[in-house]
Design a protein. Structure first.
Length: 189
């Protein structure tokens, strides 16, 4: 595989082989980013593909002040957020009235965390869309509640509440996974 600077120069020159190399190098990581923001693999693939189209169309604006991976990641996250905002009016907001404050911490019940990455990803994907967006921006992207509020057009208090509810929801799902198995996440026990 070509060195990153050669790939970057080739992409800026519009060379297809360089674009392919860039895609091959960063698509696995970006798919992971997109999966966290989407409820399905198909939706994540769409966002990632559209995100890479934007990467290739705007590669000339990359000033090499940070990492190329970080710049691409920012484009993917922004594209996922734009998709969320665009589709927000069509989303059904689930009520999670069955959440309780007394769900025990699954990490304290056994030897460490008994969950695979796939199980954790499915639990995050099972979050209602608003909770999932806030959770990902806060936990994985390091956004403040003020920044999240601005990005999602919500109040800071809504961001804080949705993060708290997302954590409780995940705690409940992981507790159920520990006690009821993999069906707990996909069947919404």
């Amino acid at each position: 595989m070509l060195p990153e600077n050669d790939i970057l120069a080739g992409c800026k020159a519009g060379k297809r082989e360089s674009q392919y190399s860039l895609y091959q190098r960063f698509s696995p990581v970006m798919m992971g980013v997109c999966l966290r923001y989407c409820q399905s693999r198909e939706e994540a693939e769409d966002i990632m593909q559209e995100g890479f189209i934007k990467v290739f169309s705007q590669i000339g604006s990359f000033r090499q002040e940070g990492s190329l991976e970080g710049w691409i990641r920012l484009i993917m996250v922004n594209h996922a957020l734009n998709s969320y905002r665009k589709n927000q009016k069509y989303l059904v907001h689930d009520k999670l009235d069955d959440l309780t404050d007394d769900v025990s911490d699954p990490a304290q019940e056994g030897d460490g965390y008994p969950y695979s990455l796939e199980e954790l990803l499915k639990a995050v994907q099972a979050l209602p869309s608003g909770y999932r967006m806030v959770f990902n921006l806060y936990v994985f992207e390091g956004f403040s509640h003020k920044e999240i509020a601005t990005e999602l057009h919500i109040t800071e208090n809504t961001s804080k509440t949705q993060l708290m509810k997302a954590r409780k929801y995940l705690q409940k799902k992981l507790f159920q996974l520990t006690h009821y198995g993999k069906e707990a996440i996909s069947h919404g026990r």
